[in-house]
Design a protein around this ligand. Structure first.
Ligand code: 5GP
Length: 113
């Protein structure tokens, strides 16, 4: 069996994290190396390596995660907006191969890139 990712170990409470949200479907915690004043990682509990491995049956899970993201953004004070991104594959900068969304915001208006 392949080794657990860092995020699976956080979900399983084997590694500490600053958890801001959890339910039966997903968990959100602060990024250890924030790229914005607010930088939260939202991860599904289901083990999926990345966005390219999603299937039609993951639709409800994804919809739920977008709704959760909006709640987290509101709780984190991101009233003017937030960015929600996922890096898919090494060339895109993915370093942890457990699907996750970065929720970024705060501070000045973000440049596109
Ligand atoms: P990726 O580069 O795969 O899109 O994003 C991985 C993110 O996970 C990075 O922003 C990185 O800072 C964050 N990260 C890596 N290891 C840990 C960790 O042990 N704890 C937390 N909270 N974040 C981590």
């Amino acid at each position: 069996m392949s080794e657990k990712t860092i995020f699976k170990r956080i979900i399983d409470r084997e590694l500490p994290a600053d958890i801001v949200y959890e339910d039966e479907t997903c968990m959100a915690f602060k990024d250890i190396n924030p790229a914005a004043p607010v930088h939260i990682l939202l991860v599904p509990k289901k083990e999926i390596t990345g966005a390219d491995k999603l299937t039609e049956e993951d639709g409800p899970m994804l919809a739920h995660m977008f709704i959760v993201a909006a709640k987290i953004a509101a709780e984190q004070g991101l009233k003017d907006g937030y960015r929600m991104i996922t890096n898919c594959g090494k060339a895109a900068g993915q370093t942890v191969f457990h699907l996750h969304f970065h929720i970024l915001g705060g501070g000045k208006r973000m440049p596109w890139a």
